[in-house]
Ligand binder design. Structure first.
Ligand code: ADP
Ligand code: MN
Ligand code: MN
Ligand code: MN
Ligand code: MN
Length: 351
């Protein structure tokens, strides 16, 4: 056990955790951590149970329940809510046959809860599956020093360690993480998830967010995915979740025509779409999409080649190749990827 990295920025006893992780995983039993989106539509919860062995398919995970009254998903008496496992990942922390499972949440009679947007997203993705929709999402976030909760920008070195650890954890979990970069705002970083097809985009981005919170917790740092955190001192860029999208037609020769047609369709549904691009009916994005700091303005739809001030950007290379994908720059950093991907598909393929 090394304490070389132990400094004031690692107050949570990382060495102690390392010791515990030295205990060998059980040879056959599986620790399954069920992860779900709570009533805020933005925060994640989890709880862990022991299964006799690792299920060989997702359907074998038992339906589980939780107290919805403490997660903003139920009131009073009838507080039991159900967790249905829908996507399985390797647990990068516990290793062995232990797993992390993304879950959908249900009320009694198996009615999806108000923040279970995956159920509807799945319906859309199933309907348009033949178009083979591909997505890549760019998650921006801010690291905050815990000892200085209102301060900005967890120290650069710790920031880098969190980013590297998270990157590795995603790969170990089986998540398609495409890359990562520092942003212009101090303490702000980005990672990209994709290319993912259909419903997998939401499953993977949510689990990648879970891993980020989990890693940061161990470093004693807080992650904010608010699009314009009030703790940001000065006039800085907000945080978004650019959503790159293509269909099979867009990826074929002359796909640019289909990409431009999709832009025209997105223009028509702009107002409704904006209500879906953050978890608060469009209000969060009003703080961010000001028309400044490489953003478009929230009330007007624009698109163009290589223009980062547009709602939707066609990357320069895509224009040159005459095929590829488009980048919807409007989704907020705290958006629900199930809502956003379903909305894009509905607007471009089903209207
Ligand atoms: P930016 O220049 O906007 O910062 P990034 O490199 O951060 O771009 O993200 C671009 C994302 O686009 C990548 O993560 C990748 O997964 C995604 N992407 C690339 N090609 C396609 C495609 N054909 N369809 C959907 N997404 C794509
Ligand atoms: Mn990017
Ligand atoms: Mn960025
Ligand atoms: Mn940015
Ligand atoms: Mn981008």
């Amino acid at each position: 056990m090394s304490t070389a990295n132990f400094n004031v920025h690692l107050p949570l006893g990382t060495p102690t955790v390392d010791q515990f992780l030295g205990i060998q995983p059980h040879p056959t039993k599986c620790q399954a951590t069920y992860v779900w989106i709570d009533g805020t539509g933005e925060n994640l919860r989890c709880k862990t149970r022991t299964l006799d062995k690792k299920p060989s398919q997702i359907e074998e995970y038992p339906l589980w329940n939780y107290d919805g009254s403490s997660t903003g998903q139920a009131v009073g008496q009838d507080s039991d809510r159900y967790l249905k496992a829908v996507a399985e990942f390797r647990d990068p922390f516990l290793g062995g046959q232990n797993t992390l499972v993304m879950c959908e949440t249900y009320e009694h009679a198996m009615k999806p809860t108000a923040t279970n947007h995956r159920a509807k997203c799945k319906e859309v993705m199933d309907r348009i599956a033949s178009h083979k929709p591909f997505f890549g999402m760019e998650q921006e976030y801010l690291l905050l020093d815990r000892p200085y909760y209102c301060g900005v920008g967890a120290n650069k070195v710790v920031g880098r360690e969190i980013v590297e650890t998270h990157y590795r954890a995603c790969l170990a979990a089986g998540i398609e993480i495409a890359g990562t970069n520092a942003e212009v705002t101090p303490g702000q970083w980005e990672f990209q998830i994709g290319i993912c097809e259909g419903i997998a985009m939401g499953d993977q981005l949510w689990m990648a967010r879970f891993l980020l919170h989990r890693v940061a917790e161990q470093f004693g740092v807080i992650v904010s995915i608010d699009p314009k955190p009030h703790v940001t001192i000065g006039d800085w860029n907000g945080a978004g979740c650019h959503t790159n999208y293509s269909t099979a037609t867009m990826r074929k020769d002359e796909g640019i025509k289909e990409i431009m047609a999709a832009c025209e369709k997105l223009a028509k549904t702009h107002k409704e779409d904006m209500k879906l691009y953050d978890p608060n009916g469009g209000l969060d994005n009003l703080r961010r999409l000001t028309g400044r700091h490489e953003t478009s303005s929230a009330d007007k739809f624009t698109w163009g080649v290589a223009n980062r001030g547009c709602s939707v950007r066609i990357p320069r290379q895509v224009d040159a190749d005459g095929k590829g994908y488009l980048e919807d720059r409007r989704p907020s950093s705290n958006c629900d990827p199930y809502v956003v991907t379903a909305s894009i598909c509905r607007s471009t393929l089903l209207t």
